[in-house]
Design a protein around this ligand. Structure first.
Ligand SMILES: C[S@@+](CC[C@H](N)C(=O)[O-])C[C@H]1O[C@@H](n2cnc3c(N)ncnc32)[C@H](O)[C@@H]1O
Length: 294
């Protein structure tokens, strides 16, 4: 089970139940459908996922530094939008690359990051799709996060294959998305888009919603072992998200890449300032010291 039951709170419950996507819809590059520009002012899914990412990754770090528990971890935030998840991961000490093919999203993310000098060293943003950087970043990341992205991609199998390719052996993949159910059709498309106009028409395509079973099957066929699939439900009365056994609307999946086919990474992908930061912390963190020696 994912850590914690209470996930977080903040406004617009239908948007939360159904996931993000509101705001302006904009065409992007090949292999990407309309996913929307996500300014920081948009009401989107809160980012309790960073806590789940942290707690699961911590199990893989023997000695972590208080205050910067994810120091030394390289994380790729695929479809980062305005950086709502990228920043909390950076604050936990991880070196994060946030990618999004929509230029406006990355500009928003860059702008917000500029208010926090600590994040400048730890976060790098790029305007690109996952499919565009898969070759140069093969087996680079300790973790890949795709929050509310898979329901927007045109070729899901290729996208998930790329997620696997950029992960190091033993690396972790975290996905949140919307299930393909009658309920998600009724709430996500009919109510939100056509009746209440909470999100612009055409933001979501029901055919692209994916069931946990389908997701799991594609992940497993790409050498990823699914550890947990947990529902995410929003309670409009308490104002909190909760982990749930009910996956009929939103859910989160956590999978780990097999260590079997280990071979050297094809490219070095070093973040600006990452090495310096690792060196600065090497004396206090034995895990980082080991990493620098490699
Ligand atoms: C609904 S938003 C989610 C934003 C952010 N992850 C969040 O949870 O706030 C989906 C994002 O995925 C991006 N996207 C869609 N296809 C992508 C791909 N193939 N590679 C990278 N990003 C993609 C879109 O541009 C969009 O910003």
């Amino acid at each position: 089970m994912w850590s914690g039951r209470k996930l977080g709170s903040s406004g617009g419950w239908f948007l939360r139940v159904l996931g993000p996507g509101g705001c302006n819809t904009k065409a992007a590059r090949p292999l990407i459908s309309s996913a929307g520009t996500l300014g920081r002012d948009c009401t989107v899914l809160p980012k309790p996922l960073s806590t789940a990412v942290r707690d699961n990754l911590l199990k893989t770090i023997p000695n972590h530094q208080p205050g910067k528990p994810l120091l030394g971890m390289k994380i790729l935030d695929v479809g980062c939008g305005g950086g709502l998840l990228t920043e909390p991961l950076g604050r936990l000490g991880a070196s994060v690359i946030g990618i999004d093919p929509v230029d406006e999203n990355i500009k928003t993310a860059q702008c917000h990051k500029s208010f926090d000098p600590v994040l400048d060293k730890r976060i790098e943003y790029r305007v690109c799709s996952l499919e565009e950087i898969v070759e140069e970043t093969a087996e680079t990341f300790d973790a890949v996060v795709a929050s509310e992205v898979v329901e927007h991609v045109i070729d899901l199998e290729t996208f998930l294959q790329c997620c696997c390719q950029v992960l190091k052996p033993g690396g972790s993949l975290f996905i949140t998305t919307i299930n393909k159910t009658q309920l998600s059709y009724a709430l996500g498309i009919v109510f939100s888009e056509q009746i209440a106009s909470i999100v612009p028409k055409g933001t979501h395509t029901w055919e692209k919603f994916v069931s946990p079973e389908t997701l799991e099957s594609i992940l497993e066929s790409n050498g990823l072992s699914v550890q947990t699939v947990v529902g995410m439900l929003y309670n409009p009365f308490s104002g909190y998200w909760h982990w749930s056994e009910n996956t009929s609307l939103n859910y989160a999946a956590y999978a780990v890449k097999s260590r079997v086919q280990e071979h050297p990474a094809s490219a070095e992908f070093v973040l600006k300032g990452e090495t310096e930061e690792l060196q600065a912390n090497a004396c206090t963190n034995p895990a980082v010291h080991e990493k620098l020696k490699k």
